[in-house]
Design a binder for this molecule. Structure first.
Ligand code: SF4
Length: 442
């Protein structure tokens, strides 16, 4: 007998996606069904994002729609940390919980649609319920953050760094592999800091001591014979050791480093981790260690106090660093962030102009970087097959945030297949290629 039907909306970043997957997995184990129509669900859960103003607005719009269409709504996630504001705006909400509070969400659901079964974990797919395609999955290695970036309220919403044990993470990764996953996207708020809160306590895994640090964890994940891709790594000196693992072919030569700016003054005002590092020197040293490394980063322009000189510093940094992939936001104040009190706010129109100028500069750089790959052959995974084209990715493209490799339709390939692609062309963001005969042997 079905338990009741849950409508679930998952908004926000990869870390929020993992939270959603955990709640959905538990609900499925309890026998609940899922509905993709608000009006057919017994209750709707909205997992919100509260990182920047546009994300807050999107979350509020979804809550409003769910309340208007269904009426039985539970809100969780980062915006849930602002429960007073939410309850004032939507007094009929059944419950509001903060991020990664799976138990509170389940309790609230049980009150509307009580569970009648003992958990049916045996009915779950190995690895639990995933919101990503079957061949890749996000693997969250810690919650929270010990930093105090002045534009960010995540530490106040998600708390201080709390790392999962190495055993727990490796066991989840092994279970994902059993479920068909072939690419792990390692996420957290600060991946380089993984384990510093665990005081070096080792887990014994297959007779080996596995210490809680990102290098040993990466080595252990690499042994599972999957692509391991690291996101949200800060440019500390210790990252060199990770780049050596990339150079040795153990993990993907891909580094997502959110630099956010280059001007030392702005970085200090932002209170960024590793802001004392010379980031250009770091990028050059990583490329010296691993020439094929693909580096992705994100930047904020229009931060309070950012002058024309600071912005020029950033453009020059981009021209010298020649990063492979770049995302950019114009600064927008987030309620509760320390940066809101900083002097000399930048006019939002000027911030937007700077964002467009940065993206135009980076488009040329990205285009040049991609042209270097024309004529090369790479291992790739197929993400999607349509009648018009096949979408694939290599080590240098992470799903959803980077470009893709587009190839002509071909019989006999399907999502999740690992293939070999010869790159034949490129534009500002994407590559174009064709399957090689070696694809049949991969
Ligand atoms: S590192 Fe900074 S931006 Fe990232 S979660 Fe921590 S405080 Fe926020």
């Amino acid at each position: 007998m079905s338990q009741g039907s849950i409508g679930f909306v998952s908004l926000g970043c990869a870390k929020a996606t993992v939270d959603s997957e955990r709640i959905l997995t538990e609900l499925r184990a309890e026998g609940y069904e899922f509905s993709d129509q608000y009006d057919q669900a017994d209750v709707v859960v909205v997992n919100t994002c509260g990182f920047i103003e546009s994300a807050v607005e999107e979350s509020l719009a979804v809550i409003e729609e769910a309340v208007g269409t269904n009426g039985q709504v539970i809100v969780t996630g980062c915006l849930g940390a602002r429960s007073d504001m939410l309850m004032k705006k939507f007094p009929s909400l059944l419950a509001v919980t903060g991020p990664h509070d799976k138990d509170a969400v389940l309790t609230a659901i049980h009150e509307v649609v009580p569970p009648i079964h003992a958990p049916l974990y045996h009915l779950l797919p190995p690895g639990g319920i995933k919101l990503t395609p079957r061949h890749y999955a996000y693997l969250k290695i810690s919650e929270g953050c010990n930093h105090k970036c002045s534009f960010c309220i995540i530490p106040s919403m998600r708390g201080r760094l709390a790392s999962r044990s190495p055993r727990d993470i490796v066991e989840e990764a092994a279970s994902l592999r059993e479920a068909g996953v072939r690419e792990l996207l390692v996420v957290s708020q600060d991946t380089s800091a993984y384990g510093i809160d665990l005081k070096g306590d080792a887990d014994l895994l297959l007779g080996k001591a596995l210490r809680p640090n990102i290098v040993q964890l990466s080595e252990a994940l690499a042994e599972l014979d999957m692509w391991v891709r690291l996101h949200y790594v800060y440019p500390y000196r210790s990252v060199d050791r990770l780049v050596e693992l990339m150079s040795d072919g153990l993990i993907l030569p891909y580094l997502d480093v959110p630099f956010q700016h280059s001007s030392p003054k702005v970085l200090r005002q932002m209170k960024r981790p590793a802001s004392g590092e010379d980031n250009l020197e770091r990028v050059e040293s990583w490329r010296a260690l691993c020439p094929d490394i693909a580096i992705r980063s994100t930047f904020i322009v229009g931060f309070p106090g950012e002058t024309d000189e600071d912005f020029q510093h950033l453009l020059e940094f981009l021209q010298n660093a020649k990063l492979d992939r770049v995302g950019c936001f114009s600064y927008s104040p987030v309620e509760g962030a320390i940066a809101n009190n900083l002097a000399n706010p930048v006019d939002p129109d000027l911030a937007e102009e700077r964002r467009e100028a940065l993206m135009a500069t980076q488009a040329l750089i990205s285009s040049e970087r991609l042209q270097l790959r024309i004529g090369t052959t790479c291992a790739a995974v197929i993400d999607e097959v349509t009648s018009a084209e096949i979408i694939a990715r290599s080590y240098a493209e992470s799903p959803d945030v980077d470009g893709v490799i587009r190839i002509n339709p071909s019989l006999g390939v399907k999502a999740g297949d690992q293939v070999s692609i010869k790159i034949t062309d490129s534009d500002e963001y994407d590559l174009f290629g064709e399957l090689t005969t070696e694809s049949e042997q991969i």
